[in-house]
Ligand binder design. Structure first.
Ligand SMILES: NC(=O)c1ccc[n+]([C@@H]2O[C@H](COP(=O)([O-])OP(=O)(O)OC[C@H]3O[C@@H](n4cnc5c(N)ncnc54)[C@H](OP(=O)(O)O)[C@@H]3O)[C@@H](O)[C@H]2O)c1
Length: 303
């Protein structure tokens, strides 16, 4: 099995590739797309209150005819409609048509209100009540996780974060913290370097490595994410791509391949930071010039 199960600190295991419903919208289309993923061998569905298609996901799960225990279902507390965690999990279970989820996450640290320890205690109750087999977080940085762990009875099983080569360096502190505390990292938006940020330093090594393996650049990005030990959460509306993602589990990148991707990612990250700094400086200079202009217009002295 190329995409193996990964054992979490809760004692349960998570399939190392998941199909996400964030961009699927509403109506028949997300039902068809989730069914397509299940038909093609995906057994891990990642949804959230905020995606507003837990109902469609539930319909697809039911129509698939699969047993509840055959599919790993994740949903997230997104603070939708200002509802609290106990109400939200009940609503999610209802929409999904299940009596428990395999994994329940706090979607973002800003939703942990009034503070992280109080919100986490509510998550622990969700697990204690049997409504989630495992509980975790999403988009938490090392500082947020440290606050959580200092008050927790139950450690978070996972942290679902943005992870691709152009953010790898900035995510290293949270990756290291998670490794130290036996928290599984789930990586979302792993394909951004080709879908949203093409034309960067990664293009050349990705294409070269893809040619070597007779694969596509998106498969190489997924193989890189797997090599970093993370669970991949991805999506596609296309059957061929879904099958390609699954086949990417068989790609074993060499140390040199990984080093080449890391180096190109770091270079891209550096360039992006430089661009942001330059933009901030330019905005600062423009504001300064406007202020000077205004002072001179109104005959004001700055000194
Ligand atoms: N926790 C969070 O805050 C958070 C945030 C974002 C996402 N997520 C989760 O992660 C899941 C995946 O997120 P994502 O959509 O950003 O992931 P992604 O894996 O980076 O991107 C998947 C998208 O890439 C497109 N794609 C794949 N290969 C392509 C190629 N060669 N050329 C052009 N487009 C290509 C697919 O489009 P096609 O349909 O055309 O194949 C699909 O829409 C979400 O559904 C959600 O479950 C969680």
């Amino acid at each position: 099995m190329p995409w193996d199960l990964i054992k979490m600190n809760s004692g349960h295991s998570i399939p190392s590739i998941g199909f996400g419903t964030w961009t699927l919208g509403n109506g028949q289309s997300p039902i068809d797309q989730v069914e397509q993923a299940l038909d093609n061998g995906y057994n891990h569905i990642d949804t959230a209150q905020a995606y507003r298609n837990e109902g469609e996901t539930g319909t697809a799960l039911k129509e698939s005819g699969l047993a509840r225990s055959d599919v790993f279902v994740t949903t997230k507390y997104s603070g939708t409609n200002g509802l609290d965690i106990p109400t939200s999990i009940d609503n999610s279970l209802n929409s999904l048509g299940v009596s428990y989820v395999d994994l329940y996450l706090i979607h973002s640290p800003r939703l942990a209100v009034p503070d992280i320890p109080t919100a986490w205690a509510k998550m622990e109750k969700v697990k204690e009540d049997g409504k989630a087999k495992s509980i975790g977080v999403s988009n938490f940085d090392a500082k947020d996780l440290e606050i959580l762990i200092n008050s927790a009875k139950i450690k978070p099983a996972v942290n679902q974060i943005l992870l691709h080569p152009y953010v790898y360096q900035q995510q290293l502190p949270i990756l290291n913290f998670a490794a130290q505390h036996n928290i599984v990292i789930e990586a979302y938006s792993a394909l951004i370097p080709i879908t949203k940020q093409p034309g960067g330093p990664l293009d050349a090594p990705l294409n070269e490595i893809a040619t070597k393996f007779g694969a596509t650049p998106d498969q190489i990005l997924l193989a890189w994410t797997k090599a970093k030990g993370a669970v991949v959460v991805t999506t596609s509306s296309k059957k061929a791509r879904l099958q390609g993602y699954l086949a990417a589990g068989d790609i074993e990148l060499s140390k040199d391949d990984i080093a080449a991707i890391d180096a190109a990612g770091a270079l891209g990250e550096k360039r992006m930071h430089a661009k942001i700094t330059l933009r901030k400086l330019a905005i600062g200079a423009l504001v300064g010039a406007a202020a000077l202009g205004a002072c001179s217009y109104f005959n004001l002295s700055l000194f």
